[in-house]
Design a protein around this ligand. Sequence first.
Ligand code: ASP
Length: 339
Amino acid sequence: MTSILIIYTGGTIGMIESVDRQTLVPFDLPHVLDTIPELRKLDAKLDSIAFEKPIDSSDMEPTGWMKIAAMVADNYDAYDGFVILHGSDTLAYTASALSYMFSGLRKPVVLTGSQLPIGMIRTDARDNLITSVEFAARSMNDEPVVQEVVVCFEDLLYRGNRTKKYSTEAFDAFISPNYPVLGEAGVNLNFDFEELYRSDEEAFKVVGGFDQRVAVLTMFPGIMPELVRSVLRNTDLRGLVMMTFGSGNAPSDKALIDELTLAVERGMVIVNVTQCAKGKVEQGKYETSVGLMNAGVVSCGDMTLEATLTKLMFLLDKSDDADWVKEQMLTNLRGELTV
Ligand code: ASP
């Protein structure tokens, strides 16, 4: 019988209303399996473990990503798949971070959560959890169908490092703007087999470590040159994600380009992600991105902000060589980038 380990980290799925303030707070959900008795009817052996103190995912940090990775690694041989219950707010960051940490992954790691707590009458938690377990348990020719980090929400299965939370309201809270849906649960579970990721690496291993000396700088019309300058001259920073307009454009002010050039020369890795949810950065397409290209800013193509930021943190931790980091940013490591 297929065995699945459910890892509870927190998030709305397990929250309750605090008595005094009527706000949603993380709740210790020790008996995930008892909350949804239907889970026992599935054709899979289920166990669960949890963070000692469940958190709202807005409190998630790289140490939390590593904790989840260690929980998967410690149980990797004992289970056929993993379902991680996580708050939806930063779930796309965690999914991206995990995808880089797991090398040679040959089992499903499915992240899910919900918009309404598990105890509420109209909750989406029940369906999301059951469907996630079903996706995780599915095998073909004696091997798991899914062998990557994925996100399951409202019957759809996405590559984790391609997702974004896009709705605070709808049950289908996630999108995968630049990559096809990997699977859909209707009467049957259907997969897009062509799009599923397969690793070339031999053995499974977890590579941890994230350098937090990074920042995200969003461009906007009227942005003060002093603000940009103070970020670019911040010597505590090793990496910067610039969120630009359209296909990677920014104000073409010469002073800005000069500052960028100097920052790159000082060794800062500066990467370019578009503010558009869908589509890609194409530096050089417009004159307003030629300066960025000439300054040595790296185009992140169709990667999401979440996939880019976590990739940059992951790579900066691995090397002091800015050129190597830039080259790896342009490389498709886990299906996060269309090359
Ligand atoms: N604030 C919650 C969290 O991310 C929202 C959710 O779970 O949907 O933990």
